[in-house]
Design a protein around this ligand. Structure first.
Ligand code: HEM
Length: 434
């Protein structure tokens, strides 16, 4: 996964095993000796946090599935049974439901980190594209998982989203009937959603394996966006980043625990504690918070087909992002104009999220249309032009030089600072810039 292994087994058994299946060497070169830029900030801990989230979802999900019944007559009460009768069932369920939200919080931070520091640029395009595939699989998994408790929002959310496929010209109605497995959202729909909800996390796990493989070919990016020039720029992954990632994961799980133990339903919808009723439509059908920006885009467009296409295009555009951004400089730290547009884009996404939760009427629709237009403008017009007209700030010669300059600044230019000897060694290295 990450070049030649330097792992030396110490026992006779270890040498025997390693010469037959060098898996410990693989783990050693990928997660222990792996040379990692020494200037990674806390935004780089979210990849590890996401891996923990995936494992937590898999573990809690597998035990939940032992007690859940995927049948329209029993699904709702089997969830209540988990909450009341199963030992620690309430904990498993609240961890799983809030875990989904925490997973999305982490993935959004991870993705916006990528946007800010230009992590999607060469040579990490494939890594980014695999990330977008993971994101799509996460959305499909979360959507189907929400249907399983068979509450009012489960049913009506499923109905609204699956009906979107009816907008496909000519074959739309057939596609929807095929997806439902009948003429409405019913038992066959619930059953196949359960099956796919169980399957997809393992697909995600496979994609994460590829994601980390693709990461280990060029190595990690870093906040300066400049490439590693020499061994002075890196430290071994263990213990430096195992400790940092571990600390960040503990902090993240404290926040997670606060939701699970003190406000387990705050991110959910009260209507989902009402049994699904095909004859009563809720006043406002809203998806989970992490889908709201896309829901706003969907409803902003007057035609149904147009809305569906725009919603999918909003994610699709991420696939071609590495080629839309024409700047030679990766990190926003050295891109004064892009930095401003990045923050405008963040506000636009939050604005779309807010509007996705509002009824599609009056000023809300107009605002959603404007923000939707800006969303696409950002990727299709602003990014390509910005790279051509922007004058980036001067880049440091190396990561070491940037680290040294920062520590000098911190110690008030007194000539002190930590790690000076190590860092100064690479300061004179010639730079091929990005
Ligand atoms: C289950 C979900 C995911 C997991 C477990 C995961 C895991 C990781 C890990 C462990 C890293 C290295 C540490 C770090 O940079 O944080 C990483 C890097 C990266 N990920 Fe992900 N990731 C996930 C989803 C995504 C998504 C959805 C995207 C983008 C659409 C993405 C894009 C990237 C990029 C571009 C990097 C390289 C960053 C750099 O080194 O500069 N990842 N990911």
């Amino acid at each position: 996964m990450s070049g030649h292994s330097t792992y030396q087994p110490t026992s006779a058994f270890g040498r025997w095993f390693e010469s037959r299946l060098p898996v410990i060497g693989l783990v050693h070169s990928s997660f222990i000796a792996f040379p990692t830029p020494k200037n990674l900030n806390y935004f780089w801990t979210f990849g590890g946090i996401l891996s923990f989230c995936l494992v937590a979802q898999l573990m809690t999900g597998i035990v939940l599935a032992m007690h859940y019944t995927p049948h329209t007559e029993m699904a709702f009460s089997s969830v209540e049974h988990i909450m009341r009768n199963v030992n620690y069932g309430w904990l498993l369920r609240y961890m799983h439901a809030n875990g989904a939200s925490m997973f999305f919080i982490a993935v959004y931070i991870h993705m916006f980190r990528g946007l800010y520091y230009g992590s999607y640029k060469a040579p990490r395009e494939v890594l980014w594209i695999i990330g977008v595939l993971i994101y799509l699989a996460m959305m499909a998994t979360a959507f189907m998982g929400y249907v399983l408790p068979w509450g009012q929002m489960s049913f009506w959310g499923a109905k609204v989203i699956t009906s979107l496929f009816g907008a496909i010209p000519l074959i739309g109605d057939y596609v929807v009937t095929w997806l439902w497995g009948g003429f409405s959202v019913d038992n066959p729909t619930l059953n196949r959603f359960f099956s796919l909800h169980y399957l997809l996390p393992f697909v995600i796990a496979g994609l994460v394996g590829l994601h980390i493989w693709a990461l280990h070919v060029p190595g990690n990016g870093n906040p300066t966006g400049i490439s590693v020039k020499s061994s002075q720029d890196t430290v071994p992954f263990h213990p430096y980043y195992t400790i940092k990632d571990g600390f960040a994961a503990v902090c993240f799980f404290i926040v997670f625990a606060a939701f699970v133990f003190y406000m387990p339903n705050v991110m959910g919808h009260t209507d989902n504690y009402i049994l699904a009723n095909p004859l009563v439509t809720p006043a406002h059908i809203v998806p989970e918070w992490y889908f709201l920006p896309f829901y706003a885009i969907l409803r902003a467009v007057p035609s149904k087909l147009g809305g569906v296409l725009c919603m999918f295009a909003a994610i699709g555009v991420l696939f071609i992002l590495p080629w839309l951004d024409t700047s030679k400089v990766r990190s926003a730290v050295f891109r004064p104009l892009y930095k401003q547009f990045f923050w405008i884009f963040v506000l636009v996404c939050i604005g779309l999220g807010y509007l996705g939760a509002k009824p599609p009427e009056g000023g809300y629709v107009i605002a959603a249309r404007l923000l939707t237009a800006y969303y696409f403008l950002h990727f299709l017009v602003i990014l390509p032009i910005l790279g051509l007209i922007e004058r980036p700030r001067k880049l440091p010669a190396s990561i070491s030089e940037a680290v040294l300059a920062k520590s000098k600044k911190k110690s008030g230019d007194s000539g002190g600072g930590s790690g000076g000897a190590a860092a100064s060694g690479a300061a004179a290295a010639p730079d091929s810039r990005t």
